[in-house]
Design a binder for this molecule. Structure first.
Ligand code: FES
Length: 176
């Protein structure tokens, strides 16, 4: 990959002072030769500020930690909690693993798609919602189940009615 050398100011230009301070604090918790161990929390912080992880943001994180961009990409693409494309304000993550499918997870995903009017990974026109299927959320006895980050609030035993209620509540919350 072609790497462009930037000055520190250019490297971090798109990150807010608050984010940079948070990143510095995270890095300071590790000894000098282990500072790339701060990669996961730094990616969380970047995503919390920017809503997703663009390749530019990941490149900046790599430069900040003095590691190769591919190391950041490998981590960001491995963990499903990192978003590699823009998302709605609320991301409904529905478990699509076997036990939840046995109790209707696929029908719930179909219902969410119809209700929101967007395909998996897309954003509603008002910018409020995205949805996607994810692997087991460790609530297998309470399926179908979904979670909504960044607090990762769980909603269990989903039905079309409870999905309607949830989406309605989130619309009200977003408008207040
Ligand atoms: S299979 Fe859905 S939470 Fe485990």
């Amino acid at each position: 990959m072609l790497r462009v050398e930037n000055t520190p100011a250019q490297t971090t230009a798109a990150f807010s002072p608050a984010l940079l301070a948070e990143m510095a604090d995270m890095v300071s918790r590790y000894p000098g030769d282990k500072q790339k161990s701060a990669l996961l929390p730094i990616l969380h912080a970047v995503q919390a500020e920017q809503g997703w992880l663009s390749s530019e943001a990941m490149d900046r994180v790599a430069e900040y930690l003095k590691i190769e961009s591919i190391e950041v990409y490998e981590v960001a693409t491995f963990y499903t909690m990192y978003f590699l494309r823009p998302q709605g304000k609320y991301v409904l993550e529905v478990c699509r693993t076997g036990p939840c499918c046995l109790v209707g997870a696929e029908k719930i995903m179909d219902y969410i798609e119809t209700t929101l009017g967007v395909k998996e990974g897309d954003i509603t026109p008002d910018g409020l919602f995205s949805w996607r299927g994810v692997e087991c959320l460790a609530a297998c006895g309470f399926g179908p189940v979904l979670q909504i980050g960044p607090e990762y609030t769980f909603y269990e035993n989903l039905t079309p009615q409870s999905v309607d209620q949830l989406i309605g509540d989130l619309r009200i919350k977003a408008n207040n």
